[in-house]
Design a binder for this molecule. Structure first.
Ligand code: ADP
Length: 821
């Protein structure tokens, strides 16, 4: 807007005019005053008083005039300047209070104030225009917001609709996934059942009289079946992992056994290729763990299988070691095979991928094994790694986070058959001493170690030992010579000898037989066979092992077995296998029939299929367990299932089954499962009958050596097949007579030292050996001592100890004069 420029009658000119007027008046009055004060003094006196009066009048007039002028001026200034400014500030206040920009200030003229007012008015006009524009704009904005909101709600609606459809899609994907998993489960059942039929029947067929050619054909069928089953398993496993349905079990298992089993699976192939296949268990590695043994075994067997497959000569080694934190186990499979090129090392862990595609035809395989193995190890909280060099071999290692089964490990230690056996180890080799020492101690053996032959001989003649483990390369002599020296003295004649041999020392077999020494290769010390070798050296047959609380052999009595199975092929296979194990088998077709059959007839064990019409195995098991509550019996039930889905085992066990077998199974697996159950029953029954030991509390007076019991003890030994009975009997008696003084001494010390635990252990050992020889009276007194010790006291032990010594003298005389004559 154009502002008026101040004209002639501007504020400034008016003020100047006013000021000029004032100045003139002031000048006038000043001039008059000056004239008055400048007149001569005489004249003042001479002219009399008229002039002064006139002058002062004039002055007063001038002053009054000035005052009036000033007042006039001030009024003028007020009207010209102050009044409009006040008006302006009033209007400004109104504007600021009411925000009303339509207010205007009036001022005519062209002076500066008029210009200022005009500017002010202009500004207000501008502001109100801007306000209007703003209002307009905000209206537009509101309209736009409303429009956008509409659009947004439309988008929201569309989003919700798409979310809804995504939810629908997700639901249908989930149900499709569920259907896929169910389909897989069903497939697994459907595929495995006929495979089970094929493999089982083939196994039975192989046990019949076949011509060489037929046997070869059947063997090929078996191998192909096994290969097909392994491929099917791989595909099913892979699908299960992909569907996120792979779940691991958590059950107790024996890790050492698992490793030995895995080695056994590959042993035949390795032997065929002339490969040395070894297992190394780190000394001190716990035995019992909680985890998924099936999946663990699958990974180990896969790696071992590959190692054997891709190794043409040399060796394959499986090593197991414990690591930190507790329960973490490191597995490694090493081979001296063809190795893997660096560029293939990453690729081979992908599914359907092989190291060298050109070799596929030569070696076969699906390329799924390592992919599954890696996923499984990750599920087990570990990782799978590879170190390999082309042409020099490979090393696959993986870890698995397991849980140490403390309770089982403890009880395993307590019930080992070797507990409290006295073993003398003669070796000057540090490593041998450490390895054997660790293992024997972990089995509860009471071990002494010597570093040379003279020391060994001294120990043998001064203390009774059950077993002497002699290093064949012993400083001062060799093991065979030392064994021969042992045999020259009575104490050394009864001791069992296990010779640790080098590879080239197998040729002394005749000499070893003469000395009745058994052997064990030193290079296999870290492997799993030492326990069996020690058991064998001690002559602890299966029966004795069971007495000592360990797993036993299948019972000689014909077992009565109920097989519950609806599939006729499976019925045939199961029945055939069980009969080949010497069992009498009754087959029923469903769970309901099984329940009534169990109530009617007493069976030693029931093999129960899980999936059956009418009533499934789980329900039948539950009903049998319910019925048993009132009947006071408990039949071992072994669940059978072709469903390899997770949770099956848990479901079976929860229903009341004692064990679980996954189809297809072998005769050996059936036998082992039965062994486990029937042994368990035997142990329980024995425990219920006072540990199945001698009956010292018998009412009738007992002879020193019971001749009734002789038939169950000394007589059995004497009449052992192979005309060696007498010889063995002599050894047994020698051993008994040699070991009892030390036991007596221990009992005396325990009594005088008030050591109840020691008393219990020594009395128990004395009781068992005495009862085994039919010395039941002596065993009875020992049992009283043992009971004292078990109750944590040694009070009243002394008279019993005297009685034991008295009895022992009689027994010793009876033994010397009786069975040995
Ligand atoms: P496959 O079932 O075909 O053997 P894997 O996934 O188990 O599949 O193995 C993939 C590939 O990894 C094999 O084809 C082979 O090339 C390579 N491989 C695995 N283990 C070894 C080994 N110990 N030595 C050499 N190559 C190996």
């Amino acid at each position: 807007m154009q502002l008026p420029w101040p004209g002639q009658s501007s504020l400034k000119s008016r003020l100047i005019t006013l000021l000029l007027g004032c100045n003139t008046l002031l000048l006038l009055s000043l001039t008059l005053s000056f004239i008055y004060y400048q007149r001569p003094a005489s004249s003042t006196v001479t002219t009399g008083s008229t002039l002064p009066h006139f002058a002062s009048f004039q002055l007063t007039l001038a002053l009054l005039g000035s005052v009036a002028l000033a007042a006039f001026l001030s009024r003028r200034i007020d009207r010209i300047i102050s009044e409009p400014i006040r008006d302006l500030s009033r209007k400004m206040e109104i504007v600021s209070r009411s925000q009303d920009y339509r207010v205007r200030v009036d001022r005519a003229g062209e002076d500066e104030l008029a210009v200022l007012f005009a500017c002010f008015n202009n500004m207000l006009a501008e502001i109100s225009i801007r306000d209007e524009r703003l209002a307009l704009h905000s209206e537009e904005l509101e309209l736009e917001v409303a429009e956008r909101t509409l659009e947004l709600s439309e988008v929201n609606r569309q989003l919700e609709a798409s979310l809804e459809s995504v939810r629908d899609a997700m639901q249908s994907a989930q149900s499709a996934n569920r259907a896929k998993s169910d389909f897989l489960a069903q497939m697994s059942h459907e595929i495995r059942t006929p495979m089970y039929g094929v493999l089982g029947m083939t196994e039975l067929l192989l046990g019949t009289d076949l011509t060489k050619e037929q046997a070869r054909y059947v063997d090929t069928v078996r191998r192909s079946g096994e290969a097909l089953l392994s491929i099917i398993n791989n595909i099913l496993d892979f699908s299960k992992i992909e569907a996120g349905r792979m779940e691991l079990e958590r059950i107790p298992f024996d890790l050492h056994q698992l490793a030995a089993d895995a080695i056994a699976v590959c042993a035949e192939d390795a032997a065929r290729k002339g490969l040395e296949l070894t297992l190394e268990l780190e000394p001190g590695l716990p035995r019992m763990f909680v985890g998924d043994p099936g999946r663990l075994r699958q990974v180990v067997v896969n790696l071992l299988g590959n190692a054997v497959k891709f190794t043409l000569k040399g060796w394959v080694r499986l090593t197991l070691a414990a690591s930190e934190p507790l329960g973490l186990v490191c597995f490694s499979v090493e081979d001296t095979g063809i190795g893997i090129a660096p560029e293939a090392q990453l690729r081979i862990f992908n599914q359907f991928t092989q190291g060298d595609e050109s070799m596929t035809r030569k070696y076969g395989g699906t390329g799924l094994g390592l992919a599954i193995a890696r996923q499984l190890t990750e599920l087990m909280g570990g990782s799978l790694e590879l170190a390999s060099e082309s042409g020099r071999g490979s090393r696959f290692s993986f870890t698995a986070q397991l849980e140490v089964h403390e309770e089982a490990t403890r009880s395993e230690r307590c019930c080992t058959a070797l507990r409290d056996k006295r073993v003398l180890l003669a070796t000057d080799d540090e490593e041998t001493r450490a390895v054997i020492g660790d293992q024997l101690t972990s089995w509860g053996v009471d071990m002494e170690c010597v570093g040379d032959a003279p020391d060994a001989f001294c120990r043998i003649v001064t203390a009774p030992f059950d077993l002497a483990v002699l290093d064949h390369r012993l400083a001062g002599t060799d093991g065979i010579e030392l064994a021969a020296t042992f045999r020259t003295v009575p104490a050394g004649r009864s001791v069992r000898i296990l010779l640790l041999t080098e590879r080239d020392e197998q040729c002394h077999s005749t000499r070893l037989a003469e000395l009745e020494a058994t052997t064990f290769p030193k290079r296999a010390l870290r492997q799993d066979g030492l326990y069996r070798a020690v058991m064998a050296a001690l002559g602890m047959d299966e029966e004795e092992r069971r007495d000592a609380g360990c797993c036993g052999a299948p019972a000689p009595r014909q077992r009565q077995v109920l097989l519950v199975e609806d599939n006729t092929v499976n019925q045939e296979v199961g029945k055939g296998m069980l009969e080949s194990l010497g069992c009498r088998v009754k087959v029923v077709e469903d769970g309901a029939a099984a329940v009534s059959e169990v109530q009617r007839t007493r069976y030693d064990v029931v093999f129960m299929d899980c999936q059956m019409p009418v009533m499934d195995g789980l329900e039948a098991t539950r009903r049998i367990r319910l019925w048993e509550q009132g009947s006071g019996t408990r039949i071992p039930i072994i669940a059978l299932t072709a469903y390899a889905m997770p949770g099956d085992r848990v479901a079976c066990l929860e229903a009341g089954a004692d064990d679980y077998l996954s189809k297809p199974f072998t005769c050996e697996q059936i036998a082992k499962a039965m062994e486990r159950q029937l042994d368990g029953v035997a142990t329980t029954m024995a425990a219920a009958h006072g540990e199945g030991e001698a009956e010292p509390a018998a009412v009738e007076p007992l002879e020193v050596i019971s001749h009734d019991k002789m038939s169950g003890a000394l007589e059995i030994i004497r009449t052992l097949p192979g005309n060696r009975g007498m010889e063995i009997l002599r050894k047994v008696v020698d051993l008994y007579l040699a070991s009892t003084p030390a036991l007596l001494q221990t009992m005396r010390e325990a009594e005088s030292g008030g050591d109840a635990e020691k008393l219990k252990a020594a009395a128990h050992s004395f009781k068992s050996s005495s009862a085994n020889l039919g010395a039941l009276r002596l065993a009875g007194v020992c049992m009283e001592l043992e009971s004292l010790g078990r109750a944590g006291s040694t009070e009243g032990a002394l008279p019993l100890l005297h009685q034991v010594e008295e009895e022992y003298r009689l027994v010793r005389d009876a033994l010397r004069g009786g069975p040995l004559c």
